[in-house]
Structure formats: structure tokens, C-alpha cells
Ligand binder design. Structure first.
Ligand code: NAD
Length: 319
């Protein structure tokens, strides 16, 4: 069976993807610098390379030795606020790092599936339809969104220049087991912790801002479908449904009074992704309802607290 290399495989989505690859009986290499990833998330059966994707030559050396047929590129500086504080660092990891991954793919003849962003890429402007199709103009409102759009651009360039087969997945707000508070759907992890501790969750703004919350198990299926599909496409991976922050609390069974704080500047008011293209190309559809996904996430937070030294449970059976 073919070998997969996952950058960012010690992270939230990447470690779940690694479990699914291994469950298929395939070899799996993981590249991660552990800047946000955790060693405890790594599957025992994966080959781990502690490496910063900004080290171009070392990345090519790892890929040359591993001979992957696909590189799932998920390693990123994925914290929107950190990007605002240090835009050059964000671009270094997300743009230069992505170029290095594409160079490594080119060197070994691998295809690439790139984890991009939907909401942070499209931004928010009056003519933007919600849910947004892939044909919408991208007008990021954050450095993070901008660096991801640059990464998408380089995926296209490497296809045109060198024939590197690359697919871009624009993810919604991904939530589920192993997520941490810093990603685009970090609010779900934060709320799970608050509900468990009996604390009042804090809502920034009126709680009516919407996002497209998509379960990590469904997102992992999309990565595998994209690997098998025709390259050269840019595809939204979301539910197409707008979920408010207040809906999340209700879904978690919270019945108290949340605390309201001032809205944070630069936050989008509405975001959801049209997923018709993913359905047409891959037959992909989200299968996990918000209620089930939140329950699975909540249970995983409890399990991780009960056994802090064990590998935290993910969305897939592990080896
Ligand atoms: P994550 O932070 O859990 O995973 C990213 C991983 O990349 C971490 O393990 C981190 O240690 C690693 N990494 C960071 N910089 C690195 C570097 N220079 N070299 C090697 N490894 C490095 O984030 P996630 O939520 O799992 O996101 C995975 C990918 O999906 C990211 O590219 C992110 O931008 C994208 N994405 C996530 C969401 C979401 O809601 N979580 C939404 C849209 C897009």
C-alpha cells in the first residue's frame, strides 16, 4: 500500500488523519516541529520526524527516504491572533513552509493535499454569498487568511510549472477529539472545558456570529477522498450550515447564563461554506451532526482529563 507523509501530524487534524491512514494498513510518516503539536498524540505505528518545514533540505531528505505517494500538508501557524502579532513569522511558516513542502513533493513525485481555510480566506464583504462557493473572490481579513491564500497560489503554480498534482481543501471550522483552544474552532474546546468545570462560558459579541463547524472525522474523510480524486481542484469542506456561538452552547447542553464581553475587532459576523463541489467531485458529505460531534468532543475532553498521560482518543480507532 502507498505511503503517506503528513506534515503537522502531531496536531489536531493531522493526528486524526494519521490514525485513518494507518487504519487503512498504509505506512505513515509524520513531520512536525511540535511547536503546537503534542508528542502524546503521535500514533505508535507512524514514523515521526521532528522537523521544522522551514528547513527545506531536511524536508527533501525526509521525503526522499520515505518515498510517499502523497503529502498531506497540514503543518501551519494556525493561530489568527499570533499571525496578527507577528505577520512575518506567520508568512515564514505558512508561505515559505508550503513552498518547501511543494519542493519536497516535486523531488519525490508525490501529490499534495493542502489544508487551507474557507472562512479566513473568503473574508466578509457585501457581495459574498453565504454559504460561499469556491468561485467567490477571496478577500482575507487576517494575515493568517492571507498566508493561506498565498499557499494556495503556490500549489497552483507548482502544478502549472512542474506538474505537481496538488489539491486545496478549504476547511470550515474544524472541531472534534484532540482539538485545542487555539485553532479556528477553538471555541468548542474552550466551551467543553468551561461546561465541565461548571464555569460560565464567555461570549464575545452577541453570540449570533456564525461559523461552519465541521467534525474532524468528516474532514479526514475529505482528505482521503481528495487524495483519490483528480488533482488541481480547490474544494470547500464544510457543512454549508451557519451555526451561532449560542447554538454551540445549546448543543453542549449548557443551560446557564453565559457571560457576554465586547466583540473582538476583525471577527467575521457570518461564515459558511457551500459544499456542493465536494459532493460532486468526491461524493463527500458531512455525516456527523453537530449534536453528535459535540457529544463526541465533550466525551473526548473527559477521557483526556481522566488519563492525561495516555494518548488522547481521536475520531478513529487507533493502532
Ligand atoms: P494544529 O496547530 O493542531 O496542527 C498544526 C501542526 O503543525 C501542529 O502540530 C504544529 O506543531 C505543526 N507545525 C507548526 N509549525 C510547524 C513547522 N514550522 N514545521 C513543522 N510543523 C509545524 O492545527 P489544526 O487545527 O490541526 O490545523 C491543521 C491545518 O488545517 C492547518 O494548516 C490549519 O491552518 C488548517 N485549518 C484548520 C482549521 C481548524 O478549524 N482547525 C480550519 C481551517 C484550516
Amino acid at each position: 500500500m502507498s505511503t503517506a507523509l503528513i506534515t503537522g501530524g502531531a496536531g489536531f487534524i493531522g493526528s486524526n488523519l494519521a490514525d485513518a491512514v494507518l487504519a487503512d494498513g498504509r505506512a505513515c510518516h509524520i513531520v512536525d516541529d511540535l511547536s503546537n503539536g503534542k508528542r502524546i498524540r503521535l500514533p505508535a505505528d507512524a514514523e515521526f520526524h521532528e522537523l521544522d518545514i522551514r528547513r527545506a533540505d531536511d524536508l527533501v531528505a525526509v521525503a526522499t527516504a520515505a518515498k510517499p505517494s502523497v503529502i498531506f500538508h497540514l503543518a501551519a501557524q494556525a493561530d489568527v491572533r499570533r499571525a496578527l502579532d507577528d505577520p512575518a513569522f506567520d508568512a515564514d511558516v505558512n508561505v515559505i513552509g508550503t513552498i518547501n513542502v511543494l519542493e519536497a513533493a516535486r523531488a519525490v513525485g508525490a501529490r499534495v493535499v493542502f489544508a487551507s481555510t474557507g472562512g479566513a480566506g473568503y473574508g466578509e464583504y457585501p457581495e459574498l454569498p453565504v454559504p460561499s462557493p469556491e468561485t467567490s473572490a477571496t478577500r482575507p481579513l487576517s494575515h493568517y487568511g492571507m498566508s493561506k491564500m498565498a499557499g494556495e497560489g503556490y500549489c497552483g503554480l507548482y502544478g502549472r510549472l512542474y506538474g505537481v498534482p496538488a489539491t486545496v481543501l478549504r476547511l470550515g471550522n474544524v472541531y472534534g477529539p484532540r482539538q485545542d483552544p487555539h485553532g479556528e474552532a477553538g471555541v468548542v474546546a474552550i466551551f467543553c472545558g468551561k461546561v465541565l468545570d461548571g464555569d460560565r462560558p464567555r461570549i464575545f459579541g452577541d453570540g449570533l456570529q456564525t461559523r461552519d463547524y465541521v467534525y474532524v472525522g468528516d474532514v479526514v474523510r475529505a482528505f482521503l477522498a481528495a487524495e483519490a480524486g483528480e488533482p488541481g481542484e480547490t474544494v470547500n469542506i464544510g457543512t454549508g450550515t451557519e451555526i451561532t456561538v449560542l447554538d454551540l452552547l445549546e448543543g453542549l447542553g449548557y443551560e446557564g447564563d453565559p457571560e457576554f464581553a465586547d466583540a473582538r475587532p476583525g471577527e467575521l459576523q457570518r461564515s459558511a461554506l457551500d459544499n456542493a463541489k465536494a459532493a460532486a467531485l468526491y461524493g463527500w458529505r458531512p455525516e456527523t451532526s453537530l449534536r453528535d460531534g459535540l457529544r463526541l468532543t465533550y466525551e473526548s475532553v473527559i477521557a483526556a482529563r481522566q488519563a492525561p498521560d495516555a494518548r488522547p482518543p481521536g475520531a478513529f480507532a487507533t493502532t
